[in-house]
Design a protein around this ligand. Structure first.
Ligand code: GLY
Ligand code: MN
Ligand code: MN
Length: 440
């Protein structure tokens, strides 16, 4: 068995280990989504199904039944179909699901109505994420009701439906060595693409031309796709956090903020760099940039095993507030400003999020949901660190020279011993390095 197949098996075993006795887990994959009439968006597998099986096709469904003597891992998938395969591409089929993906048993989707109720019958609990797959929800409830109707014949329906997502997500939040290796590669490709954008950028280009350059580099290096819609925002567009139009012409004297990362073998990178369109920072741009850069350095340094998740945010927020006070853009003491949240005109998001198969990856940030109970960092977690300062063109509270500056700097940090590993450090973030690269 290949190393990766071994790893999927281990993940399933781990999940089954956490399931209560006499239970079944049902994990549907993603469906194709129509983009226009009869064409679809590029298919992307559901991250949970991909994490547990690696099975890449639409409409698949994985079933786990710990302790089932005829096999614990069952797959329903599209049947082999010569004509469909000529039009749409290869299908593993049930045989392939067994030989290539390690299923103990596998059936075509068309047999699901006949077979799945029998697998559910007699199980006390069903692990299934209600609401995440609306089409499947009603099917499952129908089967359970059908079983319930037969209860006088001694067939017992499950008494409880439990959401398995929390268990799977808590597994996903800690990355294995294999996963970290893939994420490093996603980071490396994305960093090289950002570097190219810096080298090619010049006044008069359109934002979408930098997007094209970056996404070409992703594809050229074998990435699956951009992990999320690339953001290329110049001038005041940099202050729109999720700006994805990317249609404007980039002007001499403006900054451009690029937030883009590829998905490689199912794992996301997430990088932001902000640099001057003409290659040289103005005094005001430099002043704001240095604050964000220092905030990022402090936040990255706080990504240490045993620190709580809020440490990078809290430490870097202090740097941002003190920096803005130093430039007289905020008034009052640092504690007052933080207490009253008056910094939110300039900084309105948190410093990071989990990163993995999903760009905003799975996993809790707090323990027991309690407001103050931030969880501790553990080895193998990956978080982004992305402080920013955004001064909108219409922010009349500050002198005009500061307006229209939006800066974010984002890297992907793995929690390691002895300290944080920056997986995207290959793209420059120091002012001198950026200016040097852009001149060359
Ligand atoms: N690219 C999305 C984010 O930074 O959260
Ligand atoms: Mn980002
Ligand atoms: Mn991010």
């Amino acid at each position: 068995m290949s190393k990766i197949a071994e790893e999927y098996k281990k993940r399933r075993r781990n999940l089954m280990h956490q399931m209560v006795e006499g239970s079944i887990a049902i994990i549907p994959g993603a469906q194709e989504v129509i983009r226009s009439r009869d064409t679809h968006y590029p298919f992307r597998q559901d991250s949970n199904l991909a994490y547990l099986t690696g099975f890449p096709e639409p409409e698949a469904l994985a079933v786990l039944i710990p302790g089932r003597s005829q096999g614990e891992f069952i797959v329903f998938c599209r049947d082999k179909d010569r004509s469909r395969e000529i039009w749409d591409g290869f299908r593993a089929g049930p045989d392939g699901a067994q030989s290539e993906y390690g299923a103990d048993d596998a059936f075509p989707i068309s047999d699901m109505d006949d077979i799945l109720p029998g697998l559910i019958e007699g199980r006390e609990k069903v692990y299934y994420s209600m609401g995440s797959h609306p089409d499947f929800d009603s099917k499952l409830l129908n089967w359970i009701n059908h079983i319930r109707a037969q209860s006088r014949a001694g067939i017992s329906p499950p008494g409880e439906i439990i959401d398995p997502e929390h268990m799977i997500h808590e597994m996903r939040v800690i990355k294995t060595t294999t996963e970290l290796g893939v994420m490093r590669k996603a980071g490396k490709i994305s960093a090289a693409a950002h570097k190219m954008a810096m080298q090619f950028c010049k006044p008069g280009m359109f934002e979408y031309q930098l997007q094209a350059l970056i996404e070409h580099e992703f594809a050229d290096k074998g990435a699956d796709a951009p992990a999320y819609s690339s953001i290329v925002g110049s001038g005041d567009n940099a202050c729109i956090l999720h700006y994805i139009e990317n249609r404007a012409v980039m002007k001499d004297g403006d900054l451009v903020l690029i937030d883009a990362g590829c998905e490689y073998q199912g794992y996301a990178a997430d990088i932001t760099r902000t640099f001057p369109v003409n290659g040289t920072f103005s005094d005001e741009q430099r002043a704001i940039y240095e604050i964000v850069l220092e905030a990022q350095a402090v936040a990255i340094d706080a990504c240490r095993i045993g620190n709580t998740y809020n440490r990078p945010h809290d430490d870097s927020l202090r740097v941002i507030v003190e920096g803005l006070r130093g430039l007289k853009l905020l008034q009052g003491t640092t504690d007052e400003i933080i207490e009253k949240r008056s910094y939110t005109d300039f900084y309105m998001h948190r410093v990071g999020h989990w990163l993995g198969m999903d760009v905003h990856d799975a996993g809790d940030y707090k323990v027991d949901g309690a407001d103050s109970n931030w969880r501790e960092f553990e080895s193998g977690m990956v978080t982004t660190v992305e402080p920013g300062i955004y001064i909108h063109a219409d922010n009349k509270k500050v002198p005009a020279k500061w307006r229209g500056i939006g800066i974010r700097i984002e890297d992907d940090i793995a929690l390691r011993k002895p300290g944080p590993e920056n997986m995207t450090a290959a793209v420059p973030s120091q002012i001198s390095e950026i200016e040097y690269l852009m001149k060359a």
